[in-house]
Design a protein around this ligand. Structure first.
Ligand SMILES: *[C@@H]1O[C@H](CO)[C@@H](O)[C@H](O)[C@H]1NC(C)=O
Ligand SMILES: *[C@@H]1O[C@H](CO)[C@@H](O)[C@H](O)[C@H]1NC(C)=O
Ligand SMILES: *[C@@H]1O[C@H](CO)[C@@H](O)[C@H](O)[C@H]1NC(C)=O
Ligand SMILES: *[C@@H]1O[C@H](CO)[C@@H](O)[C@H](O)[C@H]1NC(C)=O
Ligand SMILES: *[C@@H]1O[C@H](CO)[C@@H](O)[C@H](O)[C@H]1NC(C)=O
Length: 485
């Protein structure tokens, strides 16, 4: 469900490229002569380094058959193997490979693309054999268990056009020689365990369109190097330990930048008003930092923003009037805002799926809130406001809601009469004025808290602790004390 009619934030625009290359594999397969003997040797050596292949990804890789016809292999020019594309399927538990990458893969001399994506259990160090492949352009070794440091001379892979090692266990600092990879358009090192600083030399990789260092342990300031990029669309630096201010040169990425993700760091200072110039901005994540001051008025010019997360900072009123036609996800929780009501530009969004406005100083009656479209809602968090009335109408209009949170408000409604959609997995409504009986539907929830309300009667079968139910008028049954007959 969800994820509406535009580029999904979790799938960057690398995806079309990868899909394209899969299509290529199938469309220009050459069936005549058998593959080059060195290629066959190299690929079979790779296969012998794999100790578990429960889904049979490599089952067509058999000695004496044309390796150009093996699954995941693409040949061009004189039947030489040019790409290997092995993709684990995330939704299939047995779609993985265990083993290491054999150094004999270097025998496949014409390789220009290596795509080992979601293979999950490939281990070992950085594959040094890459240095022996002179035509290599694209390397995507994502979501596996490669570990150890990157080689200090990684800059020798000068011809590379894209390098993604996302989702492995690489450690140590990012070698400064990375700045010699000047042909890169994509450098994706997120979701590893890199430490040390953001290498300022990255500014020499002027053609980068996608840079991700997110989810590592990088520290220090974000260097002021962004003037040198002419085409950067995606900048992901979230979940590190970066401190200091947003560097001024980020301004020069306007208006092309589409994703700016700086959440979960230790950044401080004010949100620069020039961010309003990012007319193509799709996603802005500044959450979980120490930003202060107001949200600049210029934000009203962010008309294409779909995902805005400013939560967990120390931002003050007034919040600007936005001119966005359809926000998809919004989180302004835990700042110093006093919004009074849910903003109009939120209420009118036809595509919103996530709304989080906890502790935003909202004082409205929920019965008077008439959102234009509720079909896409997955997540709602209105906790710690002064909201009165009932969510019954709202919840009656959602078809796929997963989470509803409204702790510490003044909601007053009969829980027993609430329509609860099958998709709901979390109901978090402690410290309200909720009355009535607890519905049987809670049995299937993952998280529940309805403590400190006015509920009564026997609890349905459930797996929740006492603290999910305490402080009500007359609830009984496990985990509370037995009901009196
Ligand atoms: C992953 O690989 C390790 C060895 O590196 C092995 O012990 C483990 O069983 C593998 N995991 C799965 C799910 O097969
Ligand atoms: C960047 O791309 C342009 C145009 O594709 C190309 O001419 C130039 O050589 C590239 N720059 C670098 C540093 O590779
Ligand atoms: C929005 O952009 C327009 C055109 O670039 C500019 O004239 C206007 O001042 C901007 N509005 C705000 C509030 O910054
Ligand atoms: C939900 O909506 C239906 C009609 O759309 C209505 O009949 C029903 O009473 C509503 N239930 C609640 C709990 O509001
Ligand atoms: C439920 O909420 C109460 C009150 O906020 C809190 O004390 C308790 O720890 C919570 N319990 C659970 C299981 O979330």
């Amino acid at each position: 469900m969800k994820k509406n009619n535009h580029l999904s934030p979790s799938l960057p625009w690398t995806t079309p490229f990868i899909i394209l290359s899969i299509l290529t594999v199938h469309s220009i397969k050459i069936t005549s002569a058998a593959c080059h003997v060195d290629d066959e040797k190299g690929l079979l050596a790779f296969k012998s380094g794999i100790t578990q292949d429960p889904s049979g990804m490599l089952s067509s890789w058999k000695s004496g058959t044309d390796c150009c016809n093996w699954a995941g292999i693409n040949c061009r020019e004189n039947n030489r193997v040019t790409t290997i594309s092995l993709y684990g399927q995330v939704d299939k538990p047995d779609s993985y490979l265990t083993g290491t990458i054999s150094s004999s893969l270097a025998k496949v001399q014409n390789l220009d693309g290596i795509y080992f994506v979601n293979l999950r259990n490939i281990s070992g160090p950085f594959p040094d054999l890459l240095f022996g492949l002179p035509k290599l352009l694209y390397v995507y070794i994502e979501n596996s268990k490669l570990s150890g440091p990157l080689p200090v001379n990684i800059g020798k892979l000068k011809q590379l056009g894209a390098l993604s090692l996302e989702g492995n266990r690489f450690t140590g600092s990012i070698p400064s020689s990375i700045s010699e990879l000047t042909q890169l358009t994509q450098l994706v090192l997120g979701k590893n365990e890199f430490s040390g600083h953001f290498p300022a030399g990255i500014k020499q990789i002027r053609n980068l369109s996608y840079l991700s260092l997110e989810q590592n342990k990088l520290m220090g300031t974000i260097p002021d190097i962004f003037k040198s990029f002419t085409d950067l669309r995606i900048l992901r630096l979230s979940h590190n330990e970066f401190s200091g201010k947003i560097p001024e040169s980020i301004l020069s990425l306007a208006p092309k930048l589409a994703y700016l993700e700086l959440g979960h760091n230790r950044l401080s200072g004010q949100i620069p008003s020039y961010l309003g110039k990012f007319k193509a901005l799709d996603t802005l994540d500044l959450s979980w930092n120490s930003f202060t001051g107001v949200v600049p008025k210029t934000f009203s010019n962010l008309t294409k923003i779909f995902n805005l997360d400013l939560s967990h900072n120390s931002l003050n009123d007034p919040f600007p009037q936005m001119n966005v036609k359809g926000i998809e996800s919004l989180d302004l929780s835990y700042n110093n805002f006093h919004l009074k009501v849910i903003p109009k530009w939120v209420t009118s969004s036809p595509i919103i799926y996530s709304l989080k406005l906890a502790k935003c100083g909202i004082k409205m009656n929920l019965d008077t809130w008439k959102p234009a479209e509720t079909y896409f809602y997955d997540y709602i968090d209105l906790s710690e406001n002064e909201i009165t009335g009932s969510p019954a109408d709202l919840l009656n209009r959602t078809d796929f809601l997963v989470e509803f949170k409204a702790a510490r408000n003044k909601l007053k409604f009969d829980l027993g009469k609430l329509r609860i959609v099958k998709t709901l997995k979390e109901l978090y409504i402690p410290r309200n004025l909720v009355y009535g009986k607890v519905p049987a539907a809670i049995t299937g929830f993952n998280k529940l808290n309805m403590s400190y309300n006015h509920l009564c009667g026997q609890l349905p079968k459930n797996k929740f602790p006492v603290s999910s139910f305490v402080g009500n008028d007359c609830l009984c049954g496990p985990p509370l004390s037995p009901c009196k007959l």
